[in-house]
Design a protein around this ligand. Sequence first.
Ligand SMILES: [Zn+2]
Length: 374
Amino acid sequence: MLGYRYSEKKEVEIYEPEAMWIRKIYAMYISNYSVSQIYDFLEKNKVKTTTGNDKWNNSCIRLILKNEKYVGDCLMQKSYIEDFKTHRLVTNKGEKQKYLIQNGHPAIVDRETWDKAQQILVERREHYKMPLGTSPNFRMPSPTAYAGFVYCPYCKSYYRIRTQRYNGQPTKKVLVCASNVQSKLCKNDNIFVDVLNDSIMKELSILKDNIQPLKKAMLEAFSDNGGIDRENLIEALEAKIKALREKLKKLNDMHTEYGYELSKEIESKITNLTKDKMRIQSELLVTESAEARASNIIRKLKDINANPESIDDVDFKSVFSRVIVKNKAEILFVIGNPEVVRSVVKDKGTFGSKVDYRVRKTTYSMHFGLIINR
Ligand SMILES: [Zn+2]
């Protein structure tokens, strides 16, 4: 177990090179870092997991945060042998009494920190309970759930839901690039519906955990040549017009022939600048300000159903304008203009993470990130 080792006398003792990371995980979590941010931190610092490989995932971090052993306690009978013939170990969901042995071994985190972490875990679970698409309670989406949403950048068409068959039996719902429905014409991969659902829920949850940075990123993207630039332009034009008017006033006060010619010239300059100003002002009226657009998306994000029974209950299209499938291992969510002009195939996006899934005995990962367009 990460953070502990058995001593030569077979006693549990703290293994400091790992325990320091356990303390860091707890410290970050109670300082309001999201599990995804902790995940990024651990990956960045190349921290090893219990199994020795360096692949972390969010549920692995949650298990560490939930584990009472780190505060020196030990909950007995977390699982039990179902029956003595099968010797099957099953999770105790309350069928049998559990016993808590307190302070039975050295603690890595203090009780105050641990209690605080448990409190935050409960609060966040209530706010962001995002069941996985694979859970039996999560209904399959309607056939039109992703209509005009899942996009193939290679052949510029949308994905369609199909039921994959194996030995004539329907197995899993998959999304297939429209060019590949009849025969394989596009190089892009199919993706599993439940994996996409998990990615959508996870990305929404990450964004909910990062409202402020998300808003900042949206304002930057939306303001690019947008509302704020126009306002600056209008201000600059007004300053120019004002300066020209003053010049004109001085010239008129002089009452000279030369001044008359020049003032005609200045008057026509003022007329042109005023026309420019009016055109930009009317553009500004029809363009929603960056602030309004960003706030609107944040509001939709906060309104997302926290306990959906199906992806149909999740208004993800009010936050994302499109999802771009790069391949079966990587997708990108888009906020803002769905017409992606630059080449997205190399883009990793921001606010990213991944979901792991299994097909038969192999584990695969779907990486995802976000791009924000004007
Ligand atoms: Zn395609």
